[in-house]
Write a protein that binds this ligand. Structure first.
Ligand code: AMP
Ligand code: GLY
Length: 423
């Protein structure tokens, strides 16, 4: 079969890498792809927003199935566009992707169907939002309703911080339209983790747990990023706890969406906080996580293409999703300045020195230039290592990170340290 993967991040490189291991996959295309996907797939220079050109390409090249990585094309309706033309595609419809695209929509569904999450109110006018925040007091969480590239959330420790965030989002329009509505949430406390799941309507097949590191610096200091590193599975999350999450959160959410007439098909990303009252939802996303995918897919035993096709055909219940033993750790190397402004075009050295038996480099912001691979984004690449134990995976990840370099590269030195005390 021929497959098209849409997107250009580390997540998409990982999806391409996993598909390349399937005996059923003949040709892989990636639109637009990056310097890493170029080695395994044919990169196609079509923007992810140009649905007509993508559909045309799929027809011309005889592509059997398209897999969508990022949220933007999902929300903009790429799945609806392809399905209307009878082109098989993996991902949720635009309506279903709203669980990521509108926080108030996701929260109201959770409230209606009794899915555990932080208490909240949503507001479209500033004075009422301000009055509510003053009544609740700090700590409190202020969120722009729409997509804001992970930057539209402020966990305010003081009332002053909360009022400032509210003013920026609602009065200064810091996030444009995404901030015309805000969600004000109770502040939860506890450890965070991600549970990804394949969902084809009502059937849910959970993946292994993973944990992201969002802050840019060691010890969770500094501003939030798209994610600086991950590990999987999370050793301190028992099978019972995962089962509880599936039974009280993921399955009820899938069922709720069917009942609402917007069945979810694709990857349901549940961001969780393990509070003293049990697991609660921080957020839902409508796609694979980045960089969670870089540690989850390398441990997937089952053929990814089989799961993708079964999901599209509503036959997920017939698939036995199997996982490999062992652990994976991914350390992201970022460009100087990231998550703020950063330069591009620095040559990446040492890629050939990475120990391919134990580690793999998933490219994110890279591109091929002449005979070199150069930086082309904020999160440049991720080094994932697999080990029979967590400690081994972490050690190998850092050994291999040290072999790769580019000017001004920075990375966290403590990815996975939170798990160490549990292994
Ligand atoms: P979100 O984009 O909704 O995932 O929020 C980004 C980050 O803000 C999360 O990963 C949490 O660390 C934090 N956060 C979001 N909502 C809450 C909450 N209700 N209580 C505490 N922290 C939160
Ligand atoms: N790593 C966080 C996300 O993909 O949303």
């Amino acid at each position: 079969m021929n497959v098209l993967v849409i997107g250009n991040g580390g997540r998409e490189h990982t999806i391409v890498w996993k598909l390349a291991q399937s005996s059923k996959v003949e040709k892989i295309y990636c639109a637009p792809g990056n310097g890493g996907t170029a080695g395994l797939a044919t990169n196609v220079e079509i923007p992810v927003s140009d649905f007509a050109a993508l559909a045309q390409f799929v027809k011309e090249e005889g592509i059997d199935v398209t897999i969508v990585g990022p949220e933007d094309p999902l929300l903009a309706g790429i799945v609806d566009f392809f399905e209307a033309r009878n082109l098989p595609i993996f991902g949720p419809s635009s309506q279903a992707a709203k669980i990521e695209g509108s926080k108030s929509f996701a929260k109201s569904l959770m409230k209606h169907y009794n899915i555990p999450t932080a208490a909240y109110e949503s507001f479209m006018d500033y004075p009422s939002a301000l009055a509510y925040v003053r009544e609740q007091g700090a700590p409190i969480v202020i969120k722009a309703d729409g997509l804001a590239a992970g930057k539209g959330v402020v966990v305010a420790q003081t009332l002053e911080e909360a009022e400032q965030a509210l003013h920026q989002i609602m009065e200064e329009n810091a996030f444009g339209q995404a901030g015309s509505r805000v969600v004000v949430e109770e502040c939860m406390f506890g450890e965070e983790l991600t549970l990804l799941a394949f969902v084809d309507g009502e059937t849910v097949k959970p993946m292994i747990t993973s944990q992201d590191h969002k802050a840019v610096f060691d010890g969770d200091k500094g501003p939030n990023t798209g994610g600086m590193g991950t590990y999987a599975p999370v050793p301190h999350m028992s099978a019972e706890l995962v089962d509880q999450v599936v039974k009280t959160i993921v399955e009820p959410m899938a069922k709720a969406m069917v009942q609402e007439g917007i069945p979810f098909k694709g990857i349901l990303y549940t961001g969780l906080m393990i509070t003293s009252e049990g697991p609660k939802v921080v957020e839902f996303n409508a796609r694979f996580g980045d960089p969670e995918t870089q540690v989850v897919l390398p441990l997937l035993e089952t053929d990814l293409l089989d799961i993708v096709l079964a999901t599209i055909n509503g036959e997920l219940d017939s698939i036995d999703v199997q996982w490999k033993q062992g652990s994976a750790v991914c350390v992201i190397m970022a460009a100087p300045g990231y998550p703020g402004d950063y330069p591009k075009g620095a040559e990446i050295l040492g890629l050939g020195k990475v120990d391919e038996m134990n580690a793999v480099v998933f490219h994110a912001g890279t591109k091929q230039k002449d005979n070199a691979i150069v930086t082309n984004g904020g999160r440049v690449l991720g080094v994932t290592a697999i080990g029979t134990t967590f400690v081994e995976a972490q050690k190998k990840a850092y050994e291999n990170v040290e072999k790769v370099s580019f000017e001004g590269a920075h990375y966290r030195k403590d990815i996975g340290d939170k798990a160490l005390k549990h292994v």
